[in-house]
Write a protein that binds this ligand. Structure first.
Ligand code: ATP
Length: 333
């Protein structure tokens, strides 16, 4: 039996801007899994958007090829309307909306008039999927930022693309709205088999939304894996820092936590260490107690070293208290 082509792949692609060898993307090969959410994460300027634009065909690689189901994805100079027809991209920018048209018309206008019943049905379905049926008759000018973002995604999905590319589209949206939208997109992926590739700066977002992460540093893929694997067992300090606000201690600072290492750094996630007030040897001082709702954030200090911890038994400790700190787990780099 003939081997099936990968769904979407980058084969040894690279891109440099204006002859600068440092900016852009170094030689990269990767596969994007069909029907999954893949998140590209990395520091600002690491090359995330460059990769996303090349996957979509908005930017041509200097070398190598992007292939969608075995066929080369054409670059912007080769197509009248840049971007692969089976893909749609949504950014923070919702400028494509006609502010004076109703939400449903903003969506249905993207479908051909050849089959009116089909057009209505597809519009109805996408309004439902994005939870915006109740604002279908509202003029876009009256929408909140979050609603506009939902409409932008509905517009991208109504033509039933196989791939949805999201370049930080939730940035302008507040946290509660954001979580709802993330859940709805996950549901669409589950129901329709849509493939999503997203770029995000928000660790909580990529951890809860993505099936697969691609970590980019200085234009190179550093590591890939599931959110759980990369969170629990990152191979690089860079990855740990992207995914969590962790404590990074130099070797001599780690010794203060009774950790002996021959590596350069020790990383302790806040949830991996806890105060134990009952111990006799209380050598850490609580510097700050931060109310976080269901739990408390603590900042403790010893010998000039500060550690951030999570305390799931709030209201027991106060600033100035002495505690013993028990470190359950740490990583070495
Ligand atoms: N059109 C361009 N001309 C010149 N340099 C560019 C261009 N686009 C991007 N770059 C440079 O290429 C590098 C990667 O940019 P890219 O936008 O892909 O990074 P990013 O990881 O998406 O960053 P951010 O998170 O800040 O959006 C950066 O150094 C950027 O300044």
């Amino acid at each position: 039996m003939a081997e099936q082509s990968p769904f979407l792949e980058a084969v040894a692609i690279s891109k440099s801007y204006g002859g600068q060898t440092s900016a852009g993307l170094k030689t990269t090969t990767l596969n994007i899994a069909q029907g999954k959410i893949t998140a590209i994460i990395g520091e600002s300027g690491s090359g995330k958007s460059t990769l996303l634009k090349m996957l979509y065909g908005l930017l041509s690689p200097d070398a190598g090829q992007i292939k969608f189901k075995g066929e080369r994805v054409w670059g912007p100079e080769e197509k009248l309307i840049p971007g692969h027809d089976a893909m749609k991209m949504v950014t923070q920018d919702t400028d494509g909306l006609n502010l004076f048209a109703k939400v449903q018309d903003n969506i249905s206008i993207l479908l051909p008039n050849t089959n009116v019943a089909d057009k209505e049905e597809k519009t109805r379905r996408v309004l439902q999927q994005l939870n915006i049926t109740r604002i279908a008759d509202k003029q876009a000018v009256y929408l909140s930022g979050g609603e506009k973002q939902r409409v932008a995604i509905a517009r991208a999905l109504v033509t039933q693309p196989e791939v949805l590319l999201l370049d930080e589209p939730f940035n302008q949206v507040d946290t509660s709205f954001r979580e709802g939208l993330q859940q709805d997109i996950r549901q669409v992926v589950k129901e329709t088999g849509l493939t999503v590739i997203m770029v995000s700066h928000d660790p909580a977002e990529v951890l809860s939304m993505a099936d697969e992460l691609i970590v980019i540093k200085d234009g190179e893929i550093l590591e890939t894996g599931s959110p759980k694997t990369l969170y629990q067992h990152p191979q690089n300090l860079y990855t740990a820092r992207l995914l969590t606000n962790c404590n990074v201690l130099a070797r001599e600072e780690a010794a203060l936590c009774n950790i002996a290492t021959n590596k350069e750094y020790v990383v302790i996630y806040p949830e991996w260490a806890r105060p134990t007030g009952s111990w006799t040897h209380k050598d850490w001082t609580i510097k700050q107690v931060l109310f976080k709702g269901s739990h408390e954030g603590l900042v403790v200090e010893k010998g000039g070293v500060l550690l951030r911890l999570l305390n799931d038994q709030p209201d027991k400790l106060k600033e100035g208290d002495k505690v013993h700190v028990k470190v359950d787990r740490y990583l070495e780099f």
